[in-house]
Ligand binder design. Structure first.
Ligand code: SF4
Length: 356
């Protein structure tokens, strides 16, 4: 898929924007000062496929804890800061890779200048994060309510402050919990800015609702070639956000090394207990980092057809199924052995291509 051309910024060992891949990110929901819990969560996120993690920096203890956290993890970290520029300065001293702060919200220009100079010295980019729920009062007055246009005006104001200080390592986000407004804001942003865009539907809800809103909102934006990094926002374990993000990018042709699971919805023709096997294999595939397609089909009607297009598949029968590899029937397996047999074959296939 063609991507909009933007500037690129470096975040630790990652590039965001330019022609680079769409970076998956999430945010810890641990207290940043709880270094052990935060490091554990970052490692779980990294194992799941997360490439960049944001940490809430609430006070100086959080900002100082970044140093200890950085020593124990390998993916780049972003400090999420509101209002207090001194927290940004400490986070930068602690080795943070990126700052999320709105320069128009941190007091006088000397505060912004101090943060910008510290970022310049260490080549740290700044994300300007505009949220429809916190648009400035004067902009809100002009538009009467939160709008995509108002979000762009707000972002322009913050961008201008940084540009006036000759700072251009900028990433912009324009999030709303209203999915249509989010899409409109990013469409306008792509026409207005050449900075990379961080895409997300904010406060999207729980795993079900948030997944649907994110798939529609983020998916629509990415499908237009817009967006350089994404965060799926769920009221859940952040690892769940990564699973959704990976599946979304895979469906858009923007992710490598993510498995695809094909499974039928089941119907009255089914003669084995397929759904628990599908769930078990879906969970197993979360730890597989390879471009393979696994199909689990209920019966002989569509089963063999789908199975032929998969790398490894089960086409169900009466209490048993056919194990099919690259379109060839390998053997029959009993219902109770299906999950284990599939896992063995998936591992053998993945190990063969060294991508696990
Ligand atoms: Fe029904 Fe068979 Fe289709 Fe599954 S594959 S939905 S069991 S007809």
């Amino acid at each position: 898929m063609l991507r909009n051309k933007t500037r690129s910024v470096r975040v630790g060992n990652l590039t965001i924007g330019g022609n680079d891949h769409v970076v998956i990110q999430s945010m810890c929901n641990t207290k940043t000062k709880n270094v052990k819990a935060t490091v554990e969560q970052i490692k779980r996120l990294e194992d799941a496929g997360c490439e960049l993690v944001r940490l809430a920096v609430f006070d100086q203890t959080d900002a100082k804890a970044i140093k200890d956290i950085k020593e124990q993890v390998s993916i780049p970290l972003v400090a999420d800061i509101h209002f207090d520029y001194r927290l940004a300065l400490t986070a930068i001293e602690s080795g943070i890779d990126k700052i999320r702060i709105n320069p128009g919200n941190i007091g006088n220009i000397d505060h912004t200048r101090a943060v910008v100079e510290a970022c310049k010295k260490k080549h740290i980019p700044i994300r300007i994060g505009v949220n429809s729920g916190s648009i400035e009062k004067d902009i809100l007055k002009k538009y009467g309510k939160p709008t995509a246009e108002g979000m762009i005006v707000s972002a322009m104001k913050h961008v201008q402050i940084l540009e006036d200080l000759d700072f251009h390592d900028i990433v912009i986000s324009l999030k709303s919990s209203n999915t249509l407004m989010t899409i409109q804001a990013y469409e306008l942003a792509a026409k207005t800015f050449d900075y990379p865009l961080h895409v997300g539907v904010t406060e999207a809800g729980t795993a079900l609702g948030g997944t649907i809103k994110s798939a529609f909102g983020i998916g629509n934006i990415l499908y237009q070639g817009i967006g350089n990094t994404i965060r799926v926002s769920l009221s859940d374990d952040p690892v769940e956000e990564i699973k959704v993000a990976k599946t979304l990018l895979k469906e858009l042709g923007l992710a490598k090394n993510v498995p695809t699971l094909v499974s039928c919805p089941t119907c009255g023709r089914i003669q084995y207990d397929m759904i628990p096997i599908t769930r078990e294999i879906e969970s197993f595939l979360n730890d597989i980092h390879a471009d393979i397609t696994v199909a689990i089909m209920g019966c002989a009607v569509n089963g063999p057809g789908e199975a032929k297009n998969a790398d490894i598949a089960i086409a169900g029968g009466v209490g048993e199924g056919l194990l099919i590899k690259k379109g060839e029937i390998i053997r029959k397996v009993k219902q109770e052995d299906m999950a284990e047999e599939l896992k063995k074959e998936i591992l053998a296939m993945v190990r063969g291509c060294n991508e696990i």
